[in-house]
Design a protein around this ligand. Structure first.
Ligand code: PLP
Length: 365
């Protein structure tokens, strides 16, 4: 955590807690430019201070990672070129930037292998087909691009890659795919990224957001599209309520999922998750269901409500980045176990790790 100054413009703005939020430097410049009077400047600083405090030092969640300086000098894949991080830029006419028109995947690299790569590519191509986007690359070419990106960075382990495909650059700002004048933009951001081990011990606190997961005839909630505004709004509600992440209900009021992970509860030795109709069908979610079945642990994909969630024995969330992460409380209701993770969460984490090890063993180059 460090102190930062805002342009040396007085005591009231001398220091704010910034942690490693590099973007605060940019806010500082904006504050200097946009506050015409000393008073306006001071109130802007107050807002920044509040945001810095509310967003950073206490932020905790499944996507918290261990700080790694090596990420300062990573190379990013942009349409076949490896570009230093600071120079990695996409046009302001990019369809993803303009209207959220694109699909993406987050993948983990363990021991030189992108884990469950086929499943990720299946989901990416299904999403692209849904939005009528011709990626213009085969699965093999995308695989090659992913490995090129990590190899160019000398990464073999403890890395995470975000693969993004947007429809390409537009002639003019518009929704209309027919106004796209370039092939799709394909970007891969590989980073050294390990989940914060503390989060596995403390768990995450969930808050039930007022934002519901919609039905498939609106924006299919299973589609991993570029716009995550729906989830972002849910998350902001959660952290303004003092929690780490948002729990989301479906349109019928049943518990569906979280803003960036899938949600499970454990009740009397059974593992429950939602039907899957109103949530991203996470790859980790599918693996957890699979390991339960393999190990004869009763697992149900079913409708259940907050009544069941609040009185569960354990709860956990799943995602590629963090694997299984225990939930410590939901809307201020804690769980009966003495420590986290609970026994079932811990057992399933072990089975999930074994799936990863088996995958690596079968797919090592
Ligand atoms: C909304 C949402 N739910 C769940 C997940 C977890 O999916 P996976 O297990 O495939 O990482 C993600 C991951 O991107 C997500 O965005």
């Amino acid at each position: 955590m460090g102190l930062w100054r805002i342009g040396g413009r007085g005591d009231e703005c001398r220091s704010l807690l910034a942690g490693d939020r590099g973007d605060l430097g940019q806010w500082k410049r904006i504050a200097c430019k946009q506050a015409p009077t000393r008073r306006a400047f001071a109130s802007l600083v107050d807002i920044l201070k509040r945001d810095a405090l509310s967003l950073h030092p206490m932020a905790r969640g499944t996507h918290d990672s261990v700080a790694d300086d090596r990420n300062d000098s990573i190379l990013i894949y942009i349409n076949g070129e490896m570009v230093p991080r600071d120079e990695a830029k996409i046009s302001v006419f990019d369809s993803g930037y303009l209207v959220g028109d694109g699909v993406w995947e987050g993948l983990r690299l363990h021991h030189g292998v992108f884990v469950f790569l086929e499943d990720h590519l299946d989901r990416l191509f299904e999403g692209a087909r849904m939005i009528f986007l011709d990626i213009g690359e085969t699965r093999e070419e995308l695989k090659q691009a992913l490995y090129e990106a990590v190899e160019a960075n000398g990464m073999t382990d403890g890395a995470h890659a975000r693969l993004m495909v947007t429809r390409g650059n537009k002639k003019t700002p518009s929704q209309d795919p027919r106004l796209t004048i370039t092939p799709p933009n394909i970007v891969i951001i590989p980073e050294y990224k390990t989940a914060n081990p503390e989060t596995k011990k403390t768990g995450v606190r969930l808050f039930t957001s007022a934002i519901r997961r919609g039905s498939p005839d609106c924006l299919d909630p299973r589609l991993n599209c570029h716009s995550k505004l729906h989830e972002v709004i849910a998350l902001t509600q959660a952290f303004h309520a003092g929690a780490d992440e948002a729990l989301m209900l479906d349109i019928h009021g049943f518990v569906s999922t979280c803003n960036a992970t899938n949600f499970f509860i454990v009740r009397k030795g059974e593992v429950w998750t939602s039907t899957g109709n109103y949530c991203m069908n996470g790859i980790t979610r599918a693996k957890v269901i699979e390991v339960c079945e393999k190990n004869e642990i009763p697992v149900r994909q079913k409708n259940f409500s907050l009544l069941d969630a609040y009185s569960a024995d354990e709860a956990f969330v799943t995602g590629t980045f963090g694997g299984l992460t225990p939930v410590s409380e939901i809307d201020h209701r804690t769980f009966p176990g003495e420590s986290l993770p609970g026994a079932m969460t811990s057992q399933l984490s072990g089975f999930y790790d074994l799936e990863i090890r088996n995958y690596i063993a079968c797919n090592r180059k």
